[in-house]
Design a protein around this ligand. Structure first.
Ligand SMILES: NC(=O)C1=CN([C@@H]2O[C@H](COP(=O)(O)OP(=O)(O)OC[C@H]3O[C@@H](n4cnc5c(N)ncnc54)[C@H](OP(=O)(O)O)[C@@H]3O)[C@@H](O)[C@H]2O)C=CC1
Ligand SMILES: CCCCCCCCCCCCCCCC(=O)OCC(=O)COP(=O)(O)O
Length: 338
């Protein structure tokens, strides 16, 4: 991907270095002449200037980049497809349902007519992430399309509703296959080609529930915690190849995630929960995903104040967090254990 920010990393560094030099000479003057206040004020000024410069830097462009999006047939994946397509990416859209993917391709192609930006007709690859054999064949198919992948966005996922006592072990495994082993298998199949080119970017859509576990979400929260851990390890292991890894942890988003969720007996939950219905607009989240890709962010939480406080509370005051979760579990107790 090309860097085309308003300010390049080099410009930012030069501006910060000259500011630091000013501080140093001001520090020497203060030590010689006394009075620390101007030194503190100058330091604060530099800090603010640095933050402003980082904001102004747009980061890498996705124009012409080969971007693979899983779960592109609906919800957040579909909105990411829209946003990355409009930004000029060469898209490879993945999902299980060929007809729904084709519909997205059709919509994006129609939207291309209204944009000044150079856009590319999206491709699609159909496969089930929960089927390990199909994932490696799909990765070969993906690589054949353009010869390489610039950005892999592991977005596809399924949620779960149920209490552990009534949940069949096969459901725990199935959620893990889709949410954890699927993205891991796809990432590992596409990674060697990225390492060979010393170029690429791996992104995963986790969840706030990859950082905190809430009651009656065991399979989902466990799969997202595993996701967070795996991609944190990956980030450290592939950084020296120039491959960034971005974990994005959203709070509730207005999609069909809860409707498609699986329950303890394997049936579909089929309810649009109020938390989902009143969640963030998926377009807003998709723009945040594009920003995170451009800026090569490492870990991004996209949630309101309450979930964000809960994430910190889990680490800083776990006893209180566990108490709050127990109380929540008692209040929400599911019918079968009443
Ligand atoms: N909505 C929310 O509140 C939040 C969502 N997230 C995460 O965002 C991601 C996207 O979910 P969202 O858009 O909300 O939900 P949707 O249910 O709208 O989308 C899920 C997507 O995943 C695909 N998918 C599901 N199972 C498989 C599978 N076995 N193989 C391949 N693709 C599959 C579906 O495609 P198809 O069925 O066509 O194959 C669908 O496109 C998920 O990882 C979710 O955990 C994170 C935080 C909050
Ligand atoms: C001293 C002050 C304490 C304040 C802390 C209060 C703690 C409140 C707990 C808040 C829990 C927030 C849970 C957020 C969950 C979430 O956003 O999940 C995102 C999803 O992935 C949604 O999936 P789901 O299938 O569960 O709809």
């Amino acid at each position: 991907m090309r860097r085309s920010g308003i300010l390049s990393r080099d410009h930012t560094a030069v501006l910060c270095l000259s500011a630091i030099q000013q501080i140093r000479s001001s520090a020497i003057e203060r030590v010689m002449g006394g009075g620390m206040l101007p030194l503190v004020l100058t330091s604060l000024g530099v800090l603010l200037l640095y933050r402003l410069l980082v904001r102004l830097r747009n980061g890498a462009s996705v124009q012409g980049a080969v971007v693979v999006i899983t779960g592109a047939s609906s919800g957040l994946g579909k909105e990411c497809a829209r946003v990355f397509h409009a930004a000029g990416a060469r898209l490879v859209l993945c999902g299980r349902d060929a007809a729904r993917l084709q519909q997205v391709v059709k919509e994006l192609t129609a939207a291309s007519a209204d944009t000044q930006q150079q856009t590319f007709p999206p491709s699609s690859v159909v496969f089930d992430l929960a089927d390990a054999g199909k994932v490696s064949r799909a990765a070969e198919e993906i690589l054949k399309l353009y010869g390489h992948v610039d950005v892999l966005i592991n977005n596809a996922g399924i949620s779960y509703r149920g209490n552990i006592l009534d949940t069949h072990i096969s459901v725990q495994r199935d959620v893990m296959e889709t949410n954890y082993f699927g993205p891991v298998a796809l990432t590992q199949a596409l990674l060697p080609a990225m390492v060979e080119r010393r170029s690429g970017h791996i992104v995963v859509i986790s969840s706030v529930q990859g950082k905190i576990a809430i009651p009656y979400r065991s399979a989902y929260a466990a799969s997202k915690h595993a996701t967070q851990a795996y991609f944190d390890c990956l980030r450290a292991e592939v950084e020296h190849f120039g491959i960034p890894v971005t974990v994005i942890s959203p709070g509730y988003i207005r999609t069909n995630l809860s409707v498609n969720a699986v329950t303890g007996d394997g049936s579909t939950y089929g309810v649009l929960d109020k938390t989902t219905a009143t969640g963030w607009d998926p377009i807003h989240v998709a723009h945040a995903v594009l920003k995170a890709v451009r800026q090569r962010s490492k870990d991004v939480v996209l949630a309101g104040p309450l979930p964000t406080v809960a994430v910190y509370l889990r680490t800083l005051w776990p006893a209180l967090f566990f108490k709050l979760m127990s109380s929540r579990a008692r209040k929400e107790r599911k019918p079968k254990t009443e």
